[in-house]
Each structure stands twice: as C-alpha cells, then as structure tokens.
Design a protein around this ligand. Structure first.
Ligand SMILES: [Zn+2]
Ligand SMILES: [Zn+2]
Length: 350
C-alpha cells in the first residue's frame, strides 16, 4: 500500500514538472536563454566531420524501393576512399542521409546512375545543390548508360532558375554558377575509369523491359564492392560479383509480393495488384541471391532496394528466411568498412 502511494506521488510530481516545463517554454525570456544553447548544438553539429580512414568504405544513403512505407530513403549507395567519393543513384530522401551521415559533400566527385527510373534519379539536383553549397571545386559529373544526357539536360534546365536565385542571393564568390551545372558522361559497359588506386567498371544488368540498366563494380587496393541497381541475377551478375568482397543487390521477396498482389486483387484493388505482379520478374528474388552466393565467391551480400520496403518485423523475418550468415538487410545509415590488406568487413550503424 505504501509503495502504491509513493508511486502515485511520483507520477503526479512528474506530471506537474512536465506541465511547468511546458509553460516555461512558452516564455520568450526562457526561449531566448535556450536559443543560445540550441545554436551551439547546431553549429557544433555542422562542424563535425567523418573520421578519416584508409579503408574502402560504403555508406547506405538509401535502402528502400518505392513499394512500401518504411520511412527509409530510395536507392543510393555511397563509395568512399581517402581520395574518392561517389554515389550510385540518388533516390528520394537520400541527400538528407548523406548529410546526417556526415559525408563530405564538398568532395563529391560524381554520381553513377544505374538506370532512369524515378526512384534512382529523384535527388540528382538536391545532392548537386548540397555539394555546391558546401564548396565543391569542380562541376559534378553524372555517369550513366545511354539516356543520361537526356536526364541531366532536363535537370539542368528545370533548375536553371533555382541556380540563378541562389547565386544572385549569396554571391558569385560563394556559389559560382558554373559549379551548379551538372555534366553528363555517357559510358558503356567495361572499365569506365581508373583514378589513382580506384577502378570503376560498369556491367550490364537485367531489368526487363527497362533498357539500358547497369550496375557498377569498384576495386580499390585489393578490396571490392559491386552495386547492382535494379536487376535480376544474370550471367553478368555472376561474372562481376565473383571474387568480390561486398555485393549490394536489389532484392525482392517473392512470397510477400505475390501474397500482397493476390490480396489486392481479392480486395478489388486491381491496379495495385497488377503493378505488384509486374514487378515480380524484374528484380532479383532473395532466393536467387542466396543461390548466387552458393555459386560464386562473395564475401558479404547486403540486400538493398528492398521490394517491399521493410516496415514491420514480419516482412523482415520473411526476407531473412534461409539467409546465410554472410547476408544481411541494408538499412539507411549503415556503414561497411573494408580495411586494406585484410578480408575483414566491418558493419556498423552509428
Ligand atoms: Zn528500376
Ligand atoms: Zn528501383
């Protein structure tokens, strides 16, 4: 009885204190006092930088597909070395993840597009703007298969007024206009370039009926990562991912998508049902990716561009069915660190 009485007193006291704090925050004097503190936090957060590392590093700036409502950003994978920083695709929500992950946007050297579905290109301008504002010293290059010029020309054109407003407002010295204009570079499957110790190779994906669709492999001082974009598992996938450390691949859960498509049909939601059944044959199924790992030599496989996005524990568990121990589901904000002269892959979520 005594314990119950004290618990009631504690609960009432906490409620009174919360009420007093809430009323105090309505006072302009208290707000001004706290604003100094809030400004300090804001300034300090802006000054924080990514810790240096000699490793090949991969950051998940977008792990979701357009299907589902998980709150995760759409397709975006960042690849960094001490001298390089590129992203593969620029899906909705991904620029905010690059910023909160403290990635050095002023150092961004290029975007590799896998294909031109909206969930892979939505934030090309946002990330361009973010890196321009942060002082990127050269125009940003967008690499991609045939079609990239059309996309980049439209982005440059559509945001020409935005660029003008920003330069007019902040000045030529802070925002030189030529740094805000994206440059497009059409590339074909094969080695795209070698820059210092980094080699980037494009390979042909299989995302029928979408063509072209490609993926990329990055090799750096004996470590390697492959990023698929949207693709089935094909012979090209097997070739490019053999003898690679880390494969990030789009992944679809066939049992979930089939069941959802059927349920939508039974509920009379025929448009949704048709779209769901259409996507079944243009993304790699989780099962096909597990088979891939059994046939070729891959250190670790991370499923991203999850179809559907993982917005509850049931979907997560079904996605993880029969997953080997070197497989995982990527999440926004996840880091993979591949130290040089090692086989190790360190996975972390800050
Ligand atoms: Zn696609
Ligand atoms: Zn996609």
């Amino acid at each position: 009885m005594q314990v119950k009485k004290w618990l009631i007193i504690l609960a009432v006291s906490a409620a009174v204190l919360a009420g007093v704090a809430f009323l105090a925050l309505k006072s302009q004097g208290i707000q001004t006092l706290l604003l100094d503190r809030v400004s300090d936090v804001f300034v300090n957060r802006g000054a924080r930088t990514l810790p240096a590392s000699d490793s090949l590093r991969v950051f998940v700036c977008g792990s979701a597909s357009p299907m589902g409502n998980s709150g995760q950003a759409q397709a975006c994978i960042a690849v960094l070395t001490p001298d390089h920083f590129y992203i593969v695709d620029s899906g909705a929500g991904s620029t905010a993840n690059l910023q909160s992950g403290l990635l050095p946007l002023n150092r961004l050297q290029g975007i590799f597009l896998t294909h031109f579905h909206s969930d892979h290109i939505a934030e090309i301008y946002e990330v361009n703007l973010g890196s321009w504002v942060n002082g990127r010293p050269q125009p940003l290059t967008v690499y991609g298969p045939t079609g990239v010029e059309t996309v980049v020309a439209a982005v440059n054109d559509g945001y020409s007024l935005d660029r003008k407003y920003r330069t007019d407002h902040h000045g030529l010295a802070l925002l030189p206009p030529e740094m805000g204009v994206l440059s497009a570079k059409t590339v074909q499957p094969g080695i795209i370039f070698e820059s210092g110790d980094l080699k980037v190779t494009m390979y042909t994906g299989g995302h029928p009926p979408i063509e072209p669709a490609v993926g990329y492999r990055f090799d750096y001082r004996g470590r390697s990562v492959v990023v698929s974009g949207d693709s089935l598992v094909t012979d090209e996938t097997r070739k490019i991912s053999d003898n690679t450390d880390l494969l990030l691949h789009d992944a679809l859960s066939e049992p979930i998508v089939s069941t959802m498509s059927q349920a939508a049909g039974e509920a009379g939601r025929n448009r949704i049902s048709k779209i769901m059944s259409d996507v079944l044959d243009y993304h790699a199924s989780a099962t096909s990716l597990i088979e891939l790992g059994a046939r070729v030599d891959i250190g670790m496989v991370a499923f991203y561009h999850l179809v559907p996005s993982v917005d509850n524990i049931v979907i997560k568990q079904i996605f993880e069915r029969d997953m080997p121990s070197n497989y995982l589901l990527a999440e926004d904000g996840m880091w993979f660190e591949l130290p040089i002269d090692s086989d190790e892959i360190r996975v972390s979520m800050p």
